[in-house]
Design a protein around this ligand. Structure first.
Ligand code: SF4
Length: 509
């Protein structure tokens, strides 16, 4: 068989997880340059830029959510696809062992994590034959926050703020703008959308995801779609959702639209949202050896262009002097003194908790005393080191999933600070006010940046839920985050959603 195939796929996974392609870097650099450094959007983009550089320099995952590995493979006629599929599965398991992928494959009924990213439907591998002599493999790693944001519209239909979307390109335009607006708080913005007009429900979603394999700066060969893509870029960025939904100039870094024929009775617009951590790469392999002959999306001979100058990277989080230092355990008085917009630097012990921990805490006492505690919505990438653990990546996960539980858990156990991304809803906002707690937004996807704020792992509880879902006890120093929901009933997320909704209404035409 092909002696280098396995190592080539491991290299592809590693590079995709740790090193953003040049077109995405360029789009994020332009976003960074467009914002004032001292604004919330500027600070968020600065952390993102640091994170991109840190991930590349340490070969660590850019975001802790390494997503659903999706491979698109083209092979010459006669290639053994059964053998290649097994090799790709072996490569995924090995990359997981090396900490380049987080164990992300769980049994859909029991929730049990397979631990190696293998399971029914994981990874996704699509094969196609072609007339070329080489093998081509493209890979995209798209995390849960943005996968949950994918949406499919069946036209005609009524849309919030935009009215009726008909079975026309104008109707499609309204759907895409609506999807970008709805994505706030879920996929980490600025993001990109892959769109399919037509197909059936299944092929529409697949073709939308395939659009994300195009480079952000390419030109659609269909002039009608090229015009629509440009129009969407201009209008979506007028929404001012901004980086992480903090409001700002860049909400979207790419819009790529394709079409499939449809049944006369159906008109689907399928949208695949990808976040700023837009991890997509590819390789060409020698069909006789499996060795990499060239990389797609980047010139391997060219050095990577850093996002930041070395001295800016070394300086770390750009402080204004107005930051509020918090040492856990935190008192109600400290929390009630905070208001939306405050930047906090958290030190001391924090506990992670995401879906499984929240469900558990609704029925069981916590394994640790959470009075005055900081609860971090995070599913880290960790590696066993001797008798302890090392954190390889630890950014925030999407908080809104915990909305049904969060207020009850805060009240019951005395939690004072919840860290996450994207904000939470009305029930949590009321719970923060009643109990005296705040929600602070960390920068989504900044997994390397936040891993460097963790000085040690003091312990872990509920490890039976798997490493991403366990409750980790981190000791942190100067962990920066922005208060976006305070104990006085204010929510930046609600304000930005309403303001961007008003702009959306003006785009009705
Ligand atoms: S950057 Fe945000 S949306 Fe993207 S994979 Fe990471 S956590 Fe999910």
């Amino acid at each position: 068989m092909l002696p280098h195939f396995l190592q080539s796929v491991i290299a592809l996974i590693t590079e995709t997880s740790t090193n953003l392609p040049p077109d995405v870097r360029a789009a994020m650099a332009a976003a960074l340059a467009s914002e004032e450094p001292a604004t919330r959007a500027g600070q968020a983009l600065s952390i993102i830029a640091q994170n991109i550089d840190q991930a590349e320099s340490c070969d660590g995952p850019i975001c802790q959510d390494t997503g659903m590995p999706t491979f698109e493979v083209k092979v010459p006629i006669g290639a053994n696809q059964i053998w290649m599929r097994q090799q790709i599965r072996d490569a995924v398991a090995e990359a997981t062992t090396r900490g380049k992928l987080r164990p992300n494959s769980v049994d859909s009924i029991t929730g049990e994590n397979s631990g190696n990213n293998l399971g029914p439907g994981t990874p996704i591998v699509h094969f196609d034959q072609w007339e070329e002599p080489d093998i081509e493999i493209k890979l995209i790693l798209k995390g849960g926050g943005c996968e949950n944001t994918n949406v499919q519209y069946a036209l005609p239909m009524e849309l919030d703020h935009l009215g009726r979307a008909d079975r026309t390109l104008e109707g499609v335009r309204r759907c895409i703008l609506h999807a970008v607006w709805k994505a706030q708080g879920k996929g980490c913005s600025p993001g990109a959308v892959g769109v399919c007009i037509g197909g059936d429900r299944t092929s529409g979603y697949m073709h939308a995801k395939e659009q994300l394999f195009r480079t952000l700066d390419d030109l659609n060969p269909d002039p009608r779609l090229a015009t629509l893509e440009q129009e969407i870029m201009d209008e979506a960025n007028r929404l001012a959702v901004g980086p992480m939904g903090f409001s700002g100039k860049t909400s979207l870094i790419g819009c790529k639209i394709g079409t499939l024929n449809r049944l006369p009775a159906s008109f689907f617009v399928s949208i695949a949202y990808d976040c700023w951590a837009f991890r997509r790469l590819g390789v060409r392999l020698d069909a006789h050896t499996g060795a990499i002959t060239s990389w797609l999306y980047r010139d391997a001979a060219k050095p990577v262009t850093p996002m930041l100058a070395p001295e800016v990277l070394a300086a770390g989080f750009p402080r204004t002097g107005r930051e509020v230092a918090l040492q856990s355990p935190i008192t109600e008085e400290q929390v009630r003194a905070l208001t939306v917009g405050d930047v906090v630097l958290i030190s001391g012990r924090m506990f992670t908790g995401r879906d499984a921990v929240h469900t558990h805490l609704m029925k069981h006492e916590p394994p640790e005393n959470l009075d005055g505690a900081v609860l971090y919505h995070c599913g880290p990438v960790v590696a066993k080191e001797g008798s302890g653990w090392r954190v390889l990546a630890a950014g925030p996960t999407t908080s809104i999933r915990e909305e049904p539980y969060q207020a009850d858990i805060i009240t019951r156990y005395g939690i004072r600070v919840v860290i996450g991304k994207g904000g939470m809803g009305a029930k949590t906002l009321a719970g923060l006010k009643d109990s005296g707690a705040v929600y602070v937004n960390a920068i989504g996807g900044a997994a390397q940046f936040y891993a460097r704020c963790i000085q040690g792992v003091a312990g872990v509880s509920l490890l039976e839920f798997g490493t991403p879902e366990a409750m980790w006890h981190f000791d942190v120093k100067d962990f920066p985050a922005i208060v976006t929901m305070d104990a006085h009933g204010n929510s930046l997320h609600k304000d930005v959603e309403e303001a961007s909704g008003e702009v959306l209404a003006t785009l009705r035409k």
